[in-house]
Ligand binder design. Structure first.
Ligand SMILES: Nc1ncnc2c1ncn2[C@@H]1O[C@H](COP(=O)(O)OP(=O)(O)OP(=O)(O)O)[C@@H](O)[C@H]1O
Length: 582
């Protein structure tokens, strides 16, 4: 609610002006039947005054014009404020979502986040935009209409308002149903969109495995589900509108029957009878709006609650107020009895202790799933250890300013991820390189990552668009672009998670040689299954089942460690031409 109040206060003038315009429009709306009433009475009188009648017509036209102007005025003011609220919530939510840690995204579905960022925000806007309008209109127009009707003829008002409670009940009950069906239809729509999104996302797998009939069937089922839920909503709508019409017509019938009798008995003027019918027409909107507004507000409050839950979600990774920002980071890294678990139950890393001097080249290897990526992820604090600690230059990572820490660490993730944009955008990530020799550095990094030939073959070179998620590039090309992104800015700690896994042996060798020549002062930790890539490392850790099972140099491990020796032999023989394998 704090957010709502903030934007309410921020747009207070606009909202006040909008509400004032609504009040004026409502008053004009209430005035028109009065003028019509006079006009009818003049017409009913045989010797009518043409001049007065013309004036009354002119007033009606003038009131109509003014109402049209003021209506667009309040729409702009109130809808504008509501849109501002929508924009504000979206900005706040997005900024907050970016601040949440990786663990949050591990357990949250992308579809739910999308729902918060789209439909929930729209519901809040609707509730606090249309909600205000409906509230003012319902209170003012509804009570004024009833007041005028009672004042004109209490008995006629009492009789013609008999169907009103049924009308409110019907709107409320059917409105609730419609709201329920609306929600289920929304869920069905999300499922359908997700289904379509996923099928295009995995179009290659679908084609290769000939999954077309299954995927089509699944999408058809989702579409049918969406259709049937929408149909229920349409049925309710189809029932609601005639029902509203029926109740209003019943009221009109009562007015004509009993009001006509009053006119004939000269207890009511014909003009007043016509005005009565008009007031009943005006009353239709507030009556419908009560049910509509309740639904709108309920839906808006539910969405606001969901948004607030998200906004109140805090990262498990916390950062100290008085964080450390040393002048120099040398890159001395120490793991002290570090344990980690994703689910807080089963350890993925157990009792990891390592002392890594600044500037060292460290290799990490081990069977799939033994915890190599997890171990790297703890260094830029994508996750925090459950116990033990990790120190950079003797200080616990948890004491560093997070931005500062990540500014000093380069991290190449295992899965190459590219954004839609140009190759250069993806390497530089929107930050221009500063300094005179920066173009040379970029060229040098491109060369190290064996990207020069690839880029030279592209008509637009570095300005080539890579498509959504780098669709137009091969797996190996994507991996080298993400490597270039990691290496382009020299940092004291460089973490590479299987940087050459998608590359052929020759290109991988060239890339590894380039990396080892580069930025010799930096601490570099490289995870790799390809043991030849680790041959130049100063020290290699062999992991198994979340622990450090062995350590040594490449030469030592080739002899002393069974896993390392066997893997190396297999990889050596695989890299030989078929005829040379023995
Ligand atoms: N986000 C996650 N949530 C829960 N469990 C995870 C998550 N990421 C990894 N794991 C589990 O943690 C264990 C270690 O995974 P990790 O990715 O660190 O292994 P790895 O040694 O890098 O594997 P690979 O060589 O295949 O890349 C695995 O059992 C994996 O299933």
């Amino acid at each position: 609610m704090k957010l709502i109040f903030y934007y309410f206060k921020k747009n207070l003038r606009k909202i006040a002006a909008g509400v004032f315009f609504i009040i004026v429009v409502d008053l004009l709306q209430l005035l028109v039947p009065q003028i019509v009433s006079r006009a009818v009475d003049i017409l009913a009188n045989v010797q009518f005054d043409r001049h007065v009648l013309l004036i009354q017509c002119a007033v009606i036209v003038g009131a109509g014009l003014l109402m049209a102007l003021l209506r667009s005025g309040w729409r702009m003011l109130l809808m504008g404020s509501a849109r501002d609220l929508e924009r504000g919530i979206r900005d706040e939510l997005y900024a907050h979502m970016l601040s949440l840690d990786t663990a949050y995204y591990d357990k949250t579905r992308a579809g739910d986040i999308m729902a918060h960022a789209t439909s929930d925000i729209i519901h809040v806007r609707m509730a606090f935009g249309f909600g205000i309008i409906a509230l003012v209109d319902t209170l003012l127009l509804g009570s004024a209409c009833i007041g005028i009707m009672v004042w004109t003829s209490p008995t006629l008002a009492a009789l013609c308002l008999i169907p009103l409670p049924f009308l409110v009940l019907a709107t409320k009950t059917l409105g609730n149903r419609m709201h329920q069906y609306h929600n289920t239809a929304q869920e069905a729509f999300s499922a359908l969109t997700e289904q379509i999104r996923e099928s295009f996302f995995g179009i290659r797998v679908i084609k290769v495995f000939n999954f077309k009939p299954q995927v089509r069937q699944k999408t058809e089922n989702s579409a049918r589900d969406y259709f049937s839920k929408n149909l229920k909503r349409a049925y309710i709508n189809a029932l609601l509108r005639p029902l509203l019409g029926f109740f209003f017509n019943t009221s009109t019938l009562i007015i004509i029957l009993y009001g006509g009798k009053l006119v004939m008995e000269n207890r009511l003027s014909p003009g007043a009878l016509v005005a009565f019918i008009q007031y009943l027409g005006i009353l239709a909107w507030p009556v419908i709006a009560i049910g509509w507004m309740t639904n709108l507000l309920q839906r808006g409050m539910a969405s606001l609650k969901r948004i607030e839950v998200l906004l109140n979600t805090r990262s498990e990774i916390t950062f100290p107020q008085d964080s450390v920002m040393p002048d120099i980071v040398t890159g001395n890294l120490r793991f002290e009895k570090v344990c980690f678990s994703y689910d807080k139950q089963m350890n993925v890393l157990s009792d990891i202790s390592m002392d890594i001097p600044a500037g060292a080249r460290i290799g990490i290897t081990g069977p799939p799933g033994c915890g190599k990526t997890t171990l790297l992820s703890l260094i830029p604090r994508l996750y925090d250890p459950m116990s033990g600690r990790i120190c950079l230059d003797g200080k616990d990572l948890k004491t560093f300013d997070p931005q500062f820490l990540r500014r000093h660490i380069s991290f190449m993730a295992q899965e190459p991820f590219l954004f839609s944009g140009t190759l250069e955008d993806n390497i530089l990530m929107g930050e221009r390189l500063s300094g005179d020799n920066m173009r040379d550095i970029l060229d040098q990094v491109i060369h190290i990552c064996a990207l020069d030939d690839t880029i030279a073959q592209m008509p637009k070179g570095l300005d080539t668009l890579v498509g959504e998620r780098g669709m137009t590039l091969s797996g190996g090309q994507k991996q080298r672009v993400t490597l270039a992104r990691t290496l382009v800015r020299p940092k004291p700690v460089v973490l590479l998670d299987d940087p050459v896994s998608h590359l052929d042996t020759r290109t991988a060798e060239r890339v590894i040689q380039g990396i080892s020549r580069m930025n010799r002062d930096a601490l570099m930790i490289m995870v790799s299954h390809r043991l030849s890539a680790l041959a130049d490392c100063d020290w290699i850790y062999v992991m198994d089942n979340g622990t450090i099972a062995d350590q040594g140099t490449h030469a030592q491990l080739k002899v002393s460690n069974a896993f390392y020796r066997t893997s190396y032999k297999v990889q050596q023989s695989e890299s030989k031409p078929l005829g040379d394998r023995s």
